[in-house]
Design a protein around this ligand. Structure first.
Ligand code: ADP
Length: 247
C-alpha cells in the first residue's frame, strides 16, 4: 500500500488575481498526525477547503489513495473516507449525546446504512454508539442534552459524530480553538487516540499541541511550503523562526 494517503500536485487557488495557494505539493503519510501551520493568511483554511472540495482549485490535482478526487462532490469525498470535522459536523443541541450519535451512525455511509439488512442491526448500532461515546470520554454524559454540554465536551461530541462516518483520513480545522487548558489537554489526547489506525491532518495554532501530538509539520507561508519535517526540525529552521515565530 502506498505510504502517502493524501497528496496534492501543483495545487493552486487564486481569488480575483490573488494567489492564496501556490503550486502546493503536499504529501501526507498514512497513519501520521500531520499539522498544517503558518501565519494568518498563509493559506491553511484555503488548503483545507480545497482538500475537501468545498472550493475548486484554479489548477492542480488532489489524490486520495492514488484516486484523483479533484472536483468530486464533498459528500462523495467523505464517502471515500476523507472527512472534515469541527466545521461541518452537525450536533443537534436539543437531543441527547446518545441520540446525536445514533443519528450520525444512520447518515449515508454510517454503520446503519452499511448493514441495514442485518437482523442484528440494532444491537450493532447500540454497541458502536457505546464505543464511540466511550472513545471520546462522554460515558458520563450519555443522556445529557448536547446543547448544555460544556464547550470542550461539545467538541468531543462533534468528533464522535464525525468518527461515526469511519473516516480513513480526518481533517481537523483548529480543534483547540476557544478552549481552556484542561480541554486542550483532553482533546489533544483524544486526537492521539482516534489517530490510531487512521490519518489526521490538522490546522492548529497552538504550537505546544503540535509539538506534542504531530509527527509531521508543514509550514505554509503565502500559499507555499516554507518548511516540512518534524516539529523540532521546522521549529529550528531559521526561515520559519523569522517568518512565523518572529525570532
Ligand atoms: P489562513 O487560514 O492561513 O489564515 P486563508 O486560507 O484563510 O489563510 O487565506 C489565505 C489568503 O487568501 C488570505 O490573504 C485571504 O484573505 C485570502 N482569501 C481566502 N479566502 C478568500 C476568498 N473567498 N476571497 C478572496 N480572498 C480570500
Amino acid at each position: 500500500m502506498n505510504q502517502v494517503v493524501l497528496r496534492t500536485e501543483g495545487l493552486t487557488k487564486t481569488f480575483a488575481g490573488f494567489t492564496a495557494v501556490n503550486k502546493l505539493n503536499l504529501n501526507v503519510r498514512r497513519g501520521s498526525v500531520h499539522a498544517l501551520i503558518g501565519p494568518n493568511g498563509a493559506g491553511k483554511t484555503t488548503v483545507f477547503n480545497l482538500l475537501t472540495n468545498f472550493l475548486a482549485p484554479t489548477r492542480g490535482k488532489i489524490f486520495f489513495n492514488d484516486r484523483d478526487i479533484t472536483g468530486m462532490a464533498p459528500a462523495e469525498v467523505a464517502r471515500h473516507g476523507l472527512v472534515r470535522s469541527f466545521q461541518i459536523s452537525a450536533v443537534f443541541p436539543g437531543l441527547s449525546v446518545l441520540d446525536n450519535i445514533r443519528i450520525a451512525l444512520q447518515r449515508p455511509s454510517g454503520l446503519a446504512t452499511q448493514c441495514w439488512r442485518s437482523d442484528r442491526i440494532l444491537g450493532r448500532l447500540d454497541e458502536r454508539c457505546s464505543q464511540l461515546i466511550e472513545s471520546v470520554g462522554l460515558a458520563n454524559f450519555r443522556t445529557a442534552t448536547a446543547g448544555e454540554l460544556p464547550y470542550g465536551r461539545k467538541r468531543a461530541l462533534e468528533l464522535a459524530t464525525t468518527l461515526a462516518l469511519e473516516p480513513e483520513v480526518l481533517l481537523l480545522d483548529e480543534p483547540m480553538a476557544g478552549m481552556g487548558r484542561e480541554d486542550i489537554q483532553r482533546i489533544a489526547s483524544l486526537i492521539t487516540s482516534v489517530a490510531k489506525g487512521r490519518t489526521v491532518v490538522m490546522v492548529e495554532h497552538n504550537l505546544s499541541v503540535v509539538a506534542d501530538i504531530c509527527e509531521r509539520v508543514t509550514v505554509l507561508q503565502r500559499g507555499e511550503i516554507l518548511a516540512e519535517g518534524t516539529y523540532s526540525e521546522v521549529s529550528t529552521n531559521p526561515q520559519v523562526r523569522e517568518a512565523y515565530m518572529g525570532v
